[in-house]
Each structure stands twice: as structure tokens, then as C-alpha cells.
Design a protein around this ligand. Structure first.
Ligand code: KG4
Ligand code: ZN
Length: 349
């Protein structure tokens, strides 16, 4: 990054069910990171309800932003920019974050920087570990499952993606089937800790198939069928099925990542880093398996700390810092930016 290390950015994230704001410096210091999770609001429905999420963001965004500035001990006038998630995500929530950031930017006379949420996840390892370009990225979240070659800010080449469900979505749906609670990913991981992954045989999707694409809907269906066959399951059996599911997903992620490493390493210098990001990167079994794969292939492995895997404002502030120079130099009219519910990272797709 070419800007002075004391440059300060506020980042706002509202694309799903976390209302979050953070203050970060270009010198990779996180001065504050406030995350309000709407879990309680959505629990009764077993999933995120977009209308409820938008209202909850609206109610909280002012207080959360104030708290982020106060925690950091920073005034609006000290900021060099204000970044907010501009998409992809639930449109109501994205609008709340974008409008808030635009208003604050206008009032304080600093640039507003719309950030692609996926790019926030994709660049987090540069904030947390100072990882240099290029690197191979496995992005695993509630809405996405992609393998990307990251050659620079804004230079992302998709090597593989899911043909149906995102991996976090598969965790959430399977947790619901197994009645493990909400949010599903962490609940399933907890249940799997007490389970025997060998008790139930489940297919590992795409294993050994050419390419780097993913598919998880068949696995979810296999869990459903198994439940139909078994009837009511006791707690141990549900833990065993959760462990079998997690094991099948992990093997699939490892297999697909191994293919991507071949493609990625073929036209880049050896020993480039392998980075995992997104909410599912919080899963310890998956992290351990990917770390082992990277070591086996002579790549360094980086996974953000758990709190920066799931949605947060720090990753948005950081991506904003990475874009600050180009926004200023190109004199972009960012105040005219319209929220983008769909916004692929790789412009070629
Ligand atoms: O990145 P994120 O916070 O939001 C999106 O951008 O989607 O990811 C949320 C997803 C959810 O599907 C959640 O169940 C999953 O990440 N997740 C996990 C774990 N923690 C969060 N999945 C598996 N194991 C976990 N420990
Ligand atoms: Zn996310």
C-alpha cells in the first residue's frame, strides 16, 4: 500500500445479519471493530429474514458507527475516507449502510468508497497477515464458494465456483435438517465435535472430478435421505451425521483446492500463499485440513482470526484503504453509487 500508514478509514458492513463498523489504519492497525449480530431477531424463523434485517440495521447503524469511532478515539474529521459494503447482499441492508456512509462522507468532506463485500473477505489476509500478491484464495461464506487467483487489488480470476449451494448455505440447511439450532454453521461444528464421522457414509461431492468447481446440494439431499431412512435420531446419532457431513465437505474443499493449486502454481512463482476467507473459514476442521494441504504443496497458509472470518467492518475499512488512491486519482463520483445486490468479483463472469 502506497498511502501513509497513519491514514484512517471507517468501514461499515450491513449486507446480511451483522450490523458492523470499524476503524482501521493503512498501517494495518485495527483501532476498533464493533459487530452487532442480529441472531436473536432471526432465530425464531430459522434463517435471515431480509425485511427484519433491514429494519434492525436501520435501528442500530447510528449507535454502532458512533461506538466504532469512540472505541478508536477518532473524530470524523480525522478520517481519510468512509467505506461501506455496496453489495452483493440483501438490498435493504446494503442501502442502509451505503446511505449512512454517503451522508457521513458528505458531511465530513472525505471520499465515500463503495466496497464489494467479497473483496472485503478476499483482502482480509493482507490486513491480518500482510500477505503479498499474488495468492490463491478459497472464499467460503454463506452466499459464495469460490477459488480465485488474486493477482492484485481488483485483479481476481475465478478458477472455480459452486454449481448450486454455497458451502455456508449447505452448513446452515443441514444444521436445520438435523435440528441443531441457528446459526447453523457454528452449531453443526459444535455437534460434530462429539460425533463419529465414520458411522454414516455420505458422498464427498466432486471428489476426483476435473476442474475446481463445487457442488453441495447432493450432499444435503443425502443427509435428508439418511434422516428419512433412520427416522428420529438421538443426540449422538445427530452428532455422528453432523461429523460425517463436515468430513464430506472438508474432503471436497481439499480436493477442489488441490486442483486449483495446480492451475495457480503453473503460471506463477512457486511458494505463493494459500488464503482461506469468509464465515466458513472459522471452522477448525476445515482450517486444519486446508493448512495441511498447503504444507503438502509447499505453500504458506493464512486464515484470518475467527472474528475476522465472519462479517465485520474492519475488512470493509481495509478494502476501502486499498482503493483510496484510485478513487481519489480517478475522481470517481462515488456519491452517485447505487447499491448492487449482485456484484461478481471477477468481471469476466
Ligand atoms: O462471511 P459470512 O459471515 O457471511 C456471508 O458473507 O455469507 O459467512 C456466514 C456463513 C454462514 O453460512 C455460517 O453458517 C457460516 O458462514 N459459518 C460456519 C462457521 N461459522 C460461520 N460454517 C461452518 N463452521 C463454522 N464454524
Ligand atoms: Zn461475508
Amino acid at each position: 500500500m502506497t498511502i501513509p500508514s497513519e491514514t484512517i478509514m471507517l468501514g461499515i458492513e450491513t449486507s446480511c445479519d451483522e450490523t458492523a463498523a470499524a476503524v482501521v489504519t493503512a498501517g494495518r492497525r485495527i483501532l476498533s471493530n464493533v459487530v452487532f449480530s442480529q441472531i436473536e431477531e432471526h432465530k425464531a424463523f430459522g434463517g435471515v429474514v431480509p425485511e427484519i434485517a433491514a429494519r434492525a440495521h436501520l435501528e442500530r447503524i447510528g449507535g454502532i458507527t458512533r461506538a466504532a469511532l469512540d472505541d478508536a478515539g477518532v473524530e470524523l474529521s480525522e478520517l481519510s475516507g468512509i467505506a461501506a459494503t455496496g453489495g452483493p447482499g440483501l438490498i435493504g441492508g446494503v442501502m442502509v449502510g451505503v446511505m449512512t456512509a454517503k451522508a457521513l462522507a458528505l458531511a465530513s468532506g472525505v471520499p465515500f468508497i463503495p466496497v464489494n463485500h467479497l473483496e472485503g473477505h478476499a483482502l482480509t489476509a493482507r490486513l491480518t497477515h500482510g500477505v503479498d500478491f499474488p495468492y490463491l484464495l478459497l472464499l467460503v461464506s454463506g452466499g459464495h464458494c469460490q477459488l480465485l487467483a488474486v493477482d492484485g487489488v481488483g485483479t481476481y480470476r475465478r478458477l472455480g465456483t459452486t454449481m448450486d449451494d454455497a458451502v455456508g448455505e449447505a452448513f446452515d440447511k443441514t444444521a436445520k435438517l438435523l435440528d441443531l439450532g441457528f446459526p447453523g454453521g457454528p452449531a453443526l461444528e459444535r455437534a460434530a465435535m462429539n460425533g463419529d464421522p465414520a458411522r454414516f457414509a455420505l458422498p464427498s461431492p466432486m471428489l476426483g472430478k476435473p476442474g475446481c468447481d463445487f457442488s453441495f446440494s447432493g450432499l444435503k439431499t443425502a443427509v435428508r435421505r439418511r434422516l428419512e431412512v433412520e427416522g428420529t435420531l438421538d443426540e449422538q446419532a445427530r452428532a455422528d451425521l453432523a461429523a460425517a457431513f463436515q468430513n464430506a465437505v472438508t474432503r471436497s474443499l481439499v480436493d477442489r483446492s488441490a486442483h486449483a493449486m495446480e492451475v495457480f502454481s503453473a503460471d506463477r512463482a512457486a511458494n505463493r500463499p494459500f488464503v482461506v476467507a469468509g464465515g466458513v473459514a472459522a471452522n477448525q476442521t476445515i482450517r486444519a485440513a486446508l493448512s495441511e494441504l498447503a504444507a503438502h504443496n509447499g505453500m504458506t497458509f493464512h486464515a484470518p482470526p475467527l472474528a475476522l472470518c465472519t462479517d465485520n467492518g474492519a475488512m470493509i475499512a481495509w478494502a476501502g484503504l486499498e482503493h483510496l488512491e484510485s478513487v481519489k486519482q480517478e475522481r470517481l463520483d462515488t456519491l452517485g453509487f447505487a447499491p448492487r445486490p449482485r456484484w461478481p468479483l471477477d468481471p469476466g463472469v
